[in-house]
Design a protein around this ligand. Structure first.
Ligand code: G
Ligand code: G
Ligand code: MN
Ligand code: NA
Length: 254
C-alpha cells in the first residue's frame, strides 16, 4: 500500500495522536498554554513525525479531514483539562494552507468549538505568513471571520516569510511566533539576535503578543526576556509529549 492509502486508513482507524508542548511565561516558567502537534502512531512504523506525512496530506487534501480531527481532539482535550479543574490553558493548533482555502473553515471551527465546549478565547490558531500572503484580500476576510468567533490568531514561523510592516498592520492577528531558526544560534550568531530583537520590537509597535519557539538554553531565554519577549516554547521548558503525560504534568503542578 502506498503512503497516501496508508494515511487514509490511518485516519479511519484513528492512528493519529496529538502531542502537547508547553508554552510558558519564561520569567517564572508558569504554564500559559500548549501547542498540539500531530504524530502518526503507525502500526508498522511506530511514531511518525509530521514532516513525513503533512506535505502529502496537504497535496492530496487529506489534511482537511485530518486537520479537523486535530482541531476537535485538541479542543476536546483543552476543555477536558478545564472541566477537570486541572488548568485553563490556551490550546494552539496548526492550520495548513489547504484548510485555509476550504470555503467553510469558519463554520468548521465554529462547529468544533460548540461541540467540544472550549471557549473560543482558549483556542489559538497558528498560521504561517506564506499561507496568508498567498491568499490576498480573501485572507483578510477569513481572518476577520475567525476573529469574530473570538479565537486567537498567531503567525507561526515568523520571520521566514516576507510580510511587510504595512501588510502585518492590516491583519487582525494577536501574536507573532518567532521561528526557531532565529533562536537556535543565540548567542553565537549576532545577526540572529538582531532579527529576534527586531521581531520583538515590531510586535511591540504593532501591539501584538510575541512568543519564541525552540528555546533550548537559559542564555536564549534570558536574552529574549531582556528584549521584551516573555512567552516561550522549547525543550528548555518541555518537549512535546503525549496527552497522558501532559495531563500528569498538570496534576503534579496543582
Ligand atoms: O514536532 P514537530 O516535528 O511536531 O512538527 C513539525 C512540523 O509539523 C511543524 O512545523 C508543525 O507546524 C507541523 N505540524 C504539527 N502538527 C500539525 C498539525 O496538526 N497540522 C499541521 N498543518 N501541521 C502540523
Ligand atoms: O508548528 P511549528 O513549526 O511551530 O512546530 C514546532 C516544531 O518545533 C515542532 O516540530 C516541535 O517538535 C519543534 N520544537 C519545539 N521546541 C523545540 C526546541 O526547543 N528545539 C527544537 N530543535 N525543536 C523544537
Ligand atoms: Mn506551530
Ligand atoms: Na514554527
Amino acid at each position: 500500500l502506498g503512503l497516501e492509502a496508508r494515511l487514509h486508513r490511518a485516519l479511519a482507524s484513528e492512528e493519529f495522536v496529538l502531542h502537547y508542548q508547553a508554552q510558558v511565561d519564561m520569567r517564572d516558567g508558569q504554564l500559559i498554554g500548549c501547542e498540539a502537534l500531530v504524530r502518526w502512531n503507525s502500526a508498522t512504523e511506530g511514531l511518525v513525525a509530521p514532516d513525513r506525512f503533512i506535505p502529502l496530506a496537504e497535496e492530496t487534501g487529506l489534511i482537511v479531514p485530518l486537520g479537523e480531527w486535530v482541531l476537535r481532539q485538541a479542543c476536546a482535550q483543552g476543555q477536558s483539562w478545564r472541566a477537570g479543574g486541572l488548568a485553563d490553558l490556551t490550546v494552539a493548533v496548526n492550520l495548513s494552507g489547504r484548510q485555509l482555502r476550504a470555503p467553510d473553515l469558519v463554520e468548521r471551527v465554529t462547529r468544533v468549538l460548540e461541540e467540544t465546549g472550549l471557549p473560543p478565547a482558549r483556542l489559538k490558531l497558528e498560521l504561517t505568513e506564506s499561507m496568508i500572503m498567498g491568499q490576498g484580500e480573501r485572507a483578510l476576510d477569513l481572518l476577520r471571520g475567525l476573529k469574530r468567533l473570538g479565537v486567537r490568531l498567531s503567525i507561526d514561523d515568523f520571520g521566514t516569510g516576507y510580510s511587510s510592516l504595512a501588510y502585518l498592520k492590516r491583519l487582525p492577528i494577536d501574536e507573532l511566533k518567532i521561528d526557531r531558526d532565529f533562536v537556535r544560534d543565540i548567542p553565537a550568531d549576532s545577526s540572529d539576535m538582531e532579527i529576534a530583537a527586531t521581531i520583538i520590537a515590531m510586535a511591540r509597535n504593532l501591539r501584538l503578543n510575541v512568543i519564541a519557539e525552540g528555546v533550548e538554553t537559559s542564555e536564549q531565554c534570558d536574552f529574549l526576556i531582556r528584549q521584551g519577549c516573555m512567552a516561550g516554547q522549547g525543550y528548555l521548558f518541555g518537549r512535546p509529549q503525549p496527552a497522558e503525560d501532559f495531563t500528569s504534568l498538570l496534576s503534579d503542578h496543582q
